[in-house]
Design a binder for this molecule. Structure first.
Ligand SMILES: *[C@@H]1O[C@H](CO)[C@@H](O)[C@H](O)[C@H]1NC(C)=O
Ligand SMILES: *[C@@H]1O[C@H](CO)[C@@H](O)[C@H](O)[C@H]1NC(C)=O
Ligand SMILES: *[C@@H]1O[C@H](CO)[C@@H](O)[C@H](O)[C@H]1NC(C)=O
Length: 503
């Protein structure tokens, strides 16, 4: 057995002694390739040869690639032949896998391509090139690595997997190591080694990506093969929590990490259930899933909708599940019904399914005292918006400045999780009605007020002209005192009336 140089192979092949193509007495080159991939058996002139004989390449060229018999007494047999006439012949077993690039002959390149490579292709090859008066001979030993992935094809999360690597190298195999994303795979309960093969008990999406095996032989030969695993599974975090304001829509995620149809997999179905208390509400939503998306849309969530949901996606015989928690954010005011000006009000913001790390923040989004129906924090400029930390907002004395939209937002380490809005209306103040939704009513009450004012002034005139002095009309006075939106001034520097509460 020839003493082989230690050699590494990554994915395709590496060629050793690439320049040792001496005419007549060619040294054998060694090529490693992975079954199923492309194998390139090199044969080309060295730059010196190309300089001295290159011109003759423009004359007729004949090339014959042959394979030595598996046992030494067997005759070599033709793999591929290009005659002087340009006629191409191939062994039946090599059609259409073997080819040469005739266009590169003039660059002195007579390499043989075999694609896809079969494990049976391992062996000794020889090329004989005749051009002008010259002859070129190349000898190549082709070794193959076989990577076996069982089950084959697209893999599905949670399925077991079995990997094996072997090669055509004849020395004794002394060790196999497995690498994923460049790191050595530790042998554990999930990854087990059996005679060089690796078994994975439950595939996870994180097992996707580049793998490689490294085979070590007793003669110190090391062989690498690289391959890629594609694992179909659910995208995103393992147990997502969706935060939604009571009354708003919610979208519960359940999306495959790739479109199964792109891999030729049809007949994927999904099924959502709500694990509410003891009742197992079940929606039998079987959708073909556009691009593998089976998100559940809830148009209006209430507190009763909160809790655990389960999305089960069936792909062939495998069912993968994803539990999604719907946490509903609600605001509970301490005063039910209309809030009178001057009262003490607590707005309690709560979450049906807290994870424990959430923080709450209150702010007033729009004030009833402004002309704008709503405005963003940015439009007021930084530093103007007031933030109140804590889940409970306390308004010790509700005033007209508090009228408007209040927002309770929920924040976690990952950022803003969700928010709920609360509309504060005040009774006993005309301003409480200056909300945009009530614009019609505002104009109506304005007209009413102006009419009453007119009547009152007319009455006053009449009374004064009659010189009859009567006590004031209490009802009319109240109306006159009530401020109109025109003279209400927006007070930017609202005083904080909150009690800071930590939760
Ligand atoms: C010979 O041609 C093949 C492609 O046909 C190419 O991959 C290879 O690098 C070439 N070799 C040299 C030495 O030019
Ligand atoms: C490598 O393994 C495959 C499948 O496990 C087998 O078919 C093949 O014969 C093996 N090759 C060698 C050289 O042991
Ligand atoms: C899913 O696709 C199949 C075939 O394309 C069709 O027969 C079936 O009606 C589809 N199901 C749904 C729910 O759209």
């Amino acid at each position: 057995m020839p003493p082989f140089m230690p050699l590494s192979l990554v994915l395709m092949l590496l060629v050793t002694n690439a320049s040792s193509t001496l005419p007549g007495a060619a040294k054998e080159q060694r090529v490693w390739a992975k079954v199923g991939d492309l194998a390139l058996l090199p044969c080309h002139l060295s730059p010196q040869e190309l300089r001295s004989h290159g011109k003759q390449l423009y004359e007729k060229t004949a090339l014959r690639w042959e394979r030595r018999g598996k046992s030494s007494h067997k005759e070599p047999h033709m793999v591929l032949e290009v005659e002087y006439s340009g006629l191409l012949k191939r062994a039946r077993s090599m059609i259409p896998r073997a080819s040469v690039k005739e266009a590169s002959f003039r660059q002195g390149n007579f390499s043989l391509w075999i694609e896809p490579l079969l494990s049976d292709d391992a062996g000794h090859y020889e090329a004989l090139v005749r051009y002008g008066k010259e002859t070129q001979r190349c000898q190549v030993k082709l070794d193959v690595v076989t990577v076996t992935v069982n089950p084959p094809g697209l893999l599905v999360e949670t399925e077991p997997l079995w990997l094996n690597c072997n090669s055509s190298h004849s020395a004794k195999l002394v060790g196999v190591q497995w690498f994923h994303n460049g790191s050595l795979v530790p042998i554990s309960s999930r990854f087990q080694a059996h005679h060089g093969a690796l078994s994975i008990s439950r595939l996870s999406v994180s097992d996707s990506g580049p793998w490689h095996c490294e085979l070590t032989y007793s003669d110190n030969e090391k062989v690498f093969a690289t391959f890629n695993l594609q694992i179909l599974g659910l995208a995103g975090p393992a147990s997502p929590v969706v935060y939604a304001a009571a009354g708003s829509a919610a979208n519960l995620p359940c999306t495959l990490n790739r479109d199964p149809r792109a891999s030729g997999i049809l007949g994927v179905s999904a099924h959502w259930s709500h694990l509410a208390g003891r009742d197992l509400e079940t929606w039998a939503i079987f959708r073909n899933g556009s691009k593998g998306s089976f998100n559940l849309h809830l148009s209006e969530v209430g507190q009763g909708d909160s809790g655990q949901y389960r999305c089960a996606v069936s792909i062939h015989a495998t069912t993968i599940t994803r539990d999604v928690t719907l946490a509903v954010i609600t605001v509970t005011p301490s005063i039910k019904g209309p809030v009178a000006e001057g009262s003490h009000l607590l707005l309690i913001c709560s979450l049906t399914h807290p994870r424990g790390h959430e923080r709450f923040q209150w702010r007033q989004l729009s004030s009833g005292l402004t002309n704008e129906s709503s405005f963003e924090a940015t439009s007021r400029g930084p530093g103007v918006q007031h933030y109140y930390l804590g889940s409970t907002l306390e308004l010790t004395t509700v005033s007209q400045e508090d009228i408007g939209t209040w927002e309770c937002s929920v924040h976690g380490s990952e950022g803003r999780l969700g928010a709920v809005e609360y509309e504060l209306y005040i009774t006993g103040a005309q301003l409480a009605e200056s909300h945009p939704i009530l614009d019609g009513q505002v104009s109506f009450s304005l007209i009413l007020v102006l009419l009453l004012l007119l009547v009152a002034s007319l009455l006053a005139l009449v009374l004064r002209s009659r010189r009859i002095f009567l006590p004031a009309f209490p009802a009319l006075e109240r109306v006159v005192i009530a401020p109109t939106p025109g003279n209400a001034k927006k007070d930017e520097g609202q005083e904080e009336k909150s009690l800071q509460t930590e939760c």
